[in-house]
Design a protein around this ligand. Structure first.
Ligand code: NAP
Length: 269
């Protein structure tokens, strides 16, 4: 399985890395790996734990940052709705929205995650997508409509958000996790209604993969978000599973919301 790891250099023939250094690399799911030095990065976390290089200060955090800076562009007093709000991408998206002076409304599954998003991350409101009345509860939480919807899920969450989108709303389409394992939970015949609202409300939908912004925004991300994580101003949560042998079960669980925070597998000390 592909995957990025934070790991310790045991032996190196490169001048750039010494034994004992902590680095990140695409080693895949394994306990030991031989990696070309050009593909290895030093870990810079501004004093935060090294595990953050896989979450809030790594690819997921940068995905939140790039999607918001380039596509979402939240403005003061606007309403930003964030799907999968307790996860590594969504939790930073909402905190970036708050830093921009916007109102952050999270969508999460279950009371524990919802409480965390509102009470610890400081979002203005949160709605449980497992509630029977989810669509009407989301509408009540967004009395002025939605200016930015950060899409991580698709399916029934998108269906509830799309009628609330304001004129010129922006939708960074980052992920569609409800649809990765087959057809989504929204019947295809609702697509015409969606296309019509894109047309009538001049909506800008823009998909992205975080690597698109690496050259233009990664340095700014580290400079701006790194110190905020280290000082505790930006909050994050990790869900650590011990043992490589438990990785498959943890990964499958994540696809239905079993994780709470950035899912990490600890392979060694
Ligand atoms: N475009 C890019 O470059 C890029 C980069 C990284 C990640 N992503 C995408 O960004 C999204 C968030 O990633 P993450 O790492 O922050 O994930 P995450 O929040 O740690 O885990 C995914 C969460 O999605 C929610 N979920 C899963 N199935 C769902 C369903 N059927 N309906 C509603 N919610 C569901 C669950 O939260 P609840 O229990 O709260 O429902 C689950 O915990 C994913 O779609 C991922 O693929 C994209």
């Amino acid at each position: 399985m592909e995957g990025e790891t934070v790991c310790e250099v045991i032996q190196s023939r490169s001048h750039s890395f010494k034994a004992g250094e902590v680095v990140r690399a695409m080693t895949g799911w394994c306990t030991h790996a031989v990696v070309d030095a050009t593909k290895v990065k030093h870990v810079e976390t501004h004093g935060a734990p090294v595990s953050t290089a896989l979450g809030v200060l790594g690819m997921p955090g940068f995905t939140a940052y790039g999607g918001m800076k380039v596509i979402g562009q939240p403005k003061p007093k606007e309403t930003v709705v964030i799907a999968a709000a307790s996860g590594p991408v969504g939790s930073l998206v909402g905190q970036i929205a708050k830093l921009a002076g916007a109102r952050a409304v999270g969508v999460a599954g279950g009371k524990e995650k919802c409480d965390y998003v509102r009470d610890e991350l400081g979002f203005d409101a949160v709605v449980d997508h497992r509630s029977q009345a989810f669509a009407s509860e989301l509408s009540s939480a967004c009395p002025d409509g939605v200016d930015v919807y950060f899409e991580n899920v698709g399916g029934h969450v998108w269906e509830a958000v799309s009628p609330l989108l304001n004129l010129y709303a922006r939708v960074p389409v980052c992920g569609l996790i409800a649809q990765y394992n087959g057809p989504g939970d929204s019947p295809g015949d609702r697509l015409p209604a969606l296309m019509s609202s894109i047309l009538r409300r001049s909506l800008l939908l823009r998909g992205f993969i975080n690597t698109e912004f690496l050259d233009t925004h990664f340095d700014a991300f580290k400079k701006e978000i790194g110190p905020l994580v280290a000082s505790g101003k930006i909050k994050y949560r990790e869900d650590v599973v011990d043992g490589l042998e438990n990785a498959p079960e943890a990964f499958i669980g994540m696809l239905s919301g079993g994780n709470f925070g950035k899912l990490l597998v600890r392979v060694g000390r």
